[in-house]
Design a protein around this ligand. Structure first.
Ligand code: TMP
Length: 219
């Protein structure tokens, strides 16, 4: 049987605490796919659609005011549901690769662990909002919190609503991500984001080259 576009498509998410460097890695992954002639889309969460970008402003604006914890989870989930419908599913159906700057694991790490809501409580809601779709692979860029915080401060003078959270919050998020990765070693690839940028990019290129080979050989 001839392979359909879905056999080729790969959905890859990039995760990590704020300031870990994941967005730089995503850009590099895009360059690599372009070099190999693979069509792909990049997107981000929250956001990535006109409605999602409005939700992003509501969630991240430092002047957002009080947002209840349940509302916060539902807004992230709403932005993701829209992204799935408008961008991710159509792209995968076309056979494009999808590189997403954050996805469902971010809500588990930030709201489940960071806000202490518990992953068991929110996971069913998130699964419902995403029709059970998980990335094929997730790159977790791990980095010590003090280094990440110093990077955030050096790139911008104003911190968004989530970045303003204290170090203990970001520690819980980091540990949460590590627990999620340990629970699903087949999906997660851990990259040490505290290494010099050139080394980190080299590791990323190796990982992607392997995935490209597997994707083409599985046809
Ligand atoms: P970004 O700056 O990497 O685009 O991320 C936006 C912020 O939103 C970041 O602090 C992480 C946070 N976030 C959550 O708290 N829950 C989520 O589900 C997502 C997607 C992001």
């Amino acid at each position: 049987m001839n392979p359909g576009p879905l056999d080729m498509a790969r959905f890859i998410s990039f995760e990590g605490i704020d300031g870990c460097g994941k967005s730089t890695l995503l850009e590099e992954a895009g360059r690599l796919l372009q070099e190999r002639g693979v069509s792909y889309v990049t997107t981000r969460e929250p956001g990535g659609t006109p409605l999602g970008e409005r939700i992003r402003k509501m969630l991240l604006s430092p002047s957002a005011g009080h947002i209840s914890l349940v509302t916060e989870v539902l807004l992230y989930a709403a932005s993701r549901a829209q992204l799935l419908d408008e961008v991710i599913l159509p792209a995968l159906k076309r056979g494009d690769w999808v590189l997403s700057d954050r996805y469902l694991d971010a809500t588990l790490a930030y709201q489940g662990y960071g806000r202490c809501l518990g992953v068991h409580t929110i996971r069913p809601v998130l699964q419902w909002a995403t029709q059970g779709l998980l990335p094929h692979k997730t790159i977790l860029v791990d980095c010590p919190v003090p280094l990440a915080i110093s990077r955030i401060h050096s790139r911008s003078e104003t911190l968004d609503r989530m970045e303003q959270e204290n170090g203990a919050f970001h520690e819980r998020v980091r540990q949460g991500y590590l627990e999620l990765a340990a629970a699903e070693p087949g999906r997660f690839v851990l990259i040490d984001g505290s290494r010099p940028l050139e080394e980190v990019l080299k590791v990323l290129r190796e990982v992607f080259s392997r995935w490209l080979e597997t994707a083409f050989h599985s046809l």
